[in-house]
Design a protein around this ligand. Structure first.
Ligand SMILES: Cc1cc2nc3c(=O)[nH]c(=O)nc-3n(C[C@H](O)[C@H](O)[C@H](O)COP(=O)(O)O)c2cc1C
Length: 251
């Protein structure tokens, strides 16, 4: 069984391909009902948010995974999708699993199109780079699936430079100052189409006076920002002039 989370579609796309290559099934961790599994093989597929799993995925592991996994000693692998690098995601996921009595058997990271636009210097990739990243990632999947099918204990991750600084110092700062529903607003170009509300994986967006309102279940995945047909969703001070990422968004 593969448990995935995805904001803008990258991790869902990878989960679907890996499921096909390993003859497995996927479950979205945001769905209202999650089915426990007797499977000996468990996949954890999620995007990297500020050099670790998104908080919603951390909470899923801490609060739900133990009750969903019924096999005594499962082979557990993680695939983290990222725009560049994952910092200490692998070590931190290992620690999370250990805290609920499970072990991480294999870890992979895959570079996919970037979805983060909230800080200076961070923007979506060009169309050509997006296509190139997706093709390169898909080309790696048969090898990853072969490792998974053979239950190999392997680590193929890209921590990138300064992983400790990023995951332990910058991540808390990111969540304190550059994340959360309070950062979202819309310009007057909003037409109240509700596509942002419909795409939100946690159904966190409601409409008041024909304008979106973000409640506290925001994962900062930015699917709402990227899907907006008027490009009128503002995310903090630095999203102005940034692009939108749509390649796998609503597939
Ligand atoms: C809030 C946020 C934080 C992110 N942090 C990182 C990061 O630390 N490192 C990185 O390489 N990419 C980062 N990204 C990019 C995503 O990890 C990447 O685009 C991922 O494939 C998106 O997956 P999804 O489409 O399944 O949501 C971040 C994206 C968002 C929205």
């Amino acid at each position: 069984m593969i448990f995935y989370f995805s904001g803008t579609g990258n991790s869902r796309h990878i989960a679907q391909h890996i499921a096909r290559l390993t003859s497995d099934h996927i479950q979205d961790i945001c769905s209202a009902t999650l089915t426990p599994t007797e499977d000996a093989c468990i996949g954890l597929i999620f995007p990297v948010h500020a050099w670790h799993a998104p908080i919603i995925y951390q909470q899923f592991i801490e609060q739900k995974l133990r009750n969903l996994v019924r096999h005594a000693s499962p082979y557990i692998y993680m695939i983290a999708t990222c725009g560049d690098d994952i910092g200490r995601t692998e070590e931190l996921t290992t620690r999370l699993l250990n805290s609920i009595g499970l072990q991480l058997s294999a870890a992979f990271s895959l570079i996919m199109p970037d979805s983060y636009i909230g800080l200076p210097g961070f923007d979506v990739n060009t169309d050509a780079v997006e296509q190139r990243k997706v093709s390169a990632a898909l080309a790696l999947l048969p090898e990853i699936a072969a490792d998974i099918n053979a239950h190999r204990n392997v680590r193929r991750t890209k921590p990138g430079p300064f992983p400790r600084t990023k995951s332990h110092l910058l991540r808390p700062l990111f969540y304190k100052y550059f994340a959360g529903p309070r950062l979202f607003s819309t310009t007057d170009a909003c037409i109240g189409c509700k596509r942002c509300a419909n795409i939100c994986p946690t159904k966190n967006i409601t409409f008041k006076d024909k304008r979106p309102h973000w409640s506290n279940e925001c994962t900062n995945c930015l699917a709402c920002y990227h899907i907006c047909p008027r490009h009128c969703i503002v995310f903090g001070k630095f999203s102005k002039g940034k692009g939108q990422y749509r390649l796998l968004l609503d597939k």
